[in-house]
Write a protein that binds this ligand. Structure first.
Ligand SMILES: Nc1ncnc2c1ncn2[C@@H]1O[C@H](COP(=O)(O)OP(=O)(O)OP(=O)(O)O)[C@@H](O)[C@H]1O
Ligand SMILES: Cc1ncc(COP(=O)(O)O)c(N)n1
Length: 283
């Protein structure tokens, strides 16, 4: 039997909902062996980030080299890269050896609004890392930072941004979690009675070599969204490690995340923005 392996290159979230911890739970829940290269320790919980302790860049490279020299990694997920030196060190290791599929989550700011990486990281991601990757998965503010533009405000603008990012060197999945649900149109000058979030969908837009694909799921009314981006990207990498093509892996990852968001509302971990329930399919 060949065991599929997903390697996460990311930061640690000691509260367990995001970063390496979310990635390993996701891989395990999806039947994939999870390995992990730590790029940073953070002190954080469901309320926010109170400290960041980056791992020295050459030691991140040492960890990555050690894993890739031994394990038959089927896909890599890259998350928080706290400094430009760490981002460059990861790119240097990946550039010089055979690469599996790579999912790049260009983490910049946590759900709490706290910055996780220095602004200079964006340029290294764009110039050195993105061209080595299979797909990049920015949210709307990250898309704006990468393109030096305003954040997309609609699925049409997300399509245009996804194509612009794809032209920089890899497929792009723009996540629409931050898109405000449209307010109902007034009928005959009177406001509609439809609740603003009823029927709202959470839409992500993929641009790859074959064109544009929309991934749409019901928007869950929850504040437990800590780690959604990490969970989605590691679920995509887990699917790729199992041999799925990119479009299939993204669709399966979105289904897994939507279930985890729905079940997370009952999980009750922490008193801030809690995590999603990675084990929802096993309960
Ligand atoms: N309330 C919600 N209901 C359903 N899906 C959601 C909701 N919020 C976010 N998502 C989905 O979660 C994934 C992550 O989206 P988002 O745009 O929030 O990324 P992110 O900002 O990187 O995540 P994070 O909150 O971890 O920082 C996307 O697939 C998005 O569509
Ligand atoms: C170590 C680490 N990596 C990534 C995130 C982003 O996740 P979120 O935006 O959901 O808090 C995080 N909070 N911590």
């Amino acid at each position: 039997m060949t065991t599929p392996i997903m390697l996460s290159v990311a930061g640690s979230d000691p509260s367990g909902g995001a970063g390496i911890q979310a990635d390993l739970k996701t891989a395990t829940a999806l039947g994939v062996y999870g390995a992990a290269v730590l790029t940073s320790l953070t002190a954080q919980n469901t309320h926010g980030v109170t400290g960041i302790h980056p791992v020295p860049a050459d030691f991140v490279a040492d960890q990555l080299t050690a894993v890739l020299e031994d394990l038959a990694v089927g896909a890599i997920k890259i998350g928080m890269l706290a400094t430009p030196e760490i981002a460059a060190a990861v790119a240097d290791v990946l550039r010089t050896r055979p690469r599996p599929a790579i999912v790049l989550d260009p983490v910049m700011v946590a759900t709490s609004g706290d910055r996780l990486v220095t602004p200079e990281v964006t340029e290294v991601i764009k110039e050195a890392l993105l061209p080595l990757c299979t797909v990049i998965t920015p949210n709307l503010p990250e898309t704006a930072a990468l393109l030096g533009n305003l954040a997309p405000h609609s699925p049409d603008e997300m399509e245009a941004a996804a194509v612009a990012l794809r032209d920089l060197g890899c497929a792009a999945l723009i996540k629409g979690g931050h898109l405000q649900p449209e307010s109902p149109e007034p009928v005959d000058g009177k406001p509609s009675v439809r609740r603003p979030d009823q029927d709202a969908m959470s839409v992500d837009v993929l641009a790859d070599d074959s064109g544009i694909t929309h991934y749409s799921a019901p928007r869950i009314d929850t504040t437990n969204t800590h780690g959604t981006g990490c969970t989605l990207s590691s679920a995509i990498a887990s699917g790729l490690a199992r041999g799925a093509d990119l479009r299939t892996a993204v669709g399966a990852a979105k289904d897994y995340l939507t279930g985890a968001l729905r079940a997370g509302a009952q999980l009750g971990i922490g008193s801030g923005n809690g995590p999603v329930d990675h084990l929802w399919r096993n309960r």
